[in-house]
Design a protein around this ligand. Structure first.
Ligand SMILES: [Zn+2]
Length: 146
């Protein structure tokens, strides 16, 4: 097995940046084809290599990776997810990551986040919580890690 196959199997042939499937049969030269993102910008990363579409690959850390929030969510002030993930991984605790106009929106965002983080940071256990605040609903991400 090549490194690409190893990394791809572990990530279930899903791109860690855009969260969409990667086709194993597509050419590695195609922008939708598979590539190994070596994440050299973050040397402390516990999972140093991830599967990414060639076009999503952050190119040796020259550009800081941006993990997009799902377009269908109604969130205000969504936090940059990789920044939040890095902080929670290092310091533990909890952070408000978005505000929502209704509880339904907040519950939807919380469910999406829990699912997304299970793949984004497989080694960082997180829980989500929704709390009312300032006439809106706050979406909170927490980890038990110290
Ligand atoms: Zn991708």
């Amino acid at each position: 097995m090549s490194l690409l196959d190893d990394v791809a199997e572990r990530d279930n042939w899903r791109c860690w940046v855009c969260d969409e499937p990667v086709d194993p049969d597509m050419s590695v030269n195609d922008s939708r084809g598979p590539s190994v993102d070596s994440r050299t910008a973050d040397r402390k990363a516990k999972v140093p290599e991830r599967l990414a579409h060639r076009g999503c690959n952050t190119r040796k850390g020259a550009v800081k990776v941006v993990i997009p929030w799902a377009a269908h969510l109604h969130v205000v002030d969504p936090a940059p997810l990789m920044t939040v993930a890095t902080r929670l991984d290092r310091k533990g605790g909890r952070e408000t990551v978005a505000r929502c106009p209704t509880r339904h929106d907040a519950d939807e965002a919380a469910a999406w986040l829990a699912d997304r983080f299970s793949r984004l940071t497989p080694d960082l256990p997180v829980t989500t919580k929704v709390e009312p605040g300032g006439g809106q609903f706050l979406v909170i991400l927490a980890t038990s890690r110290r």
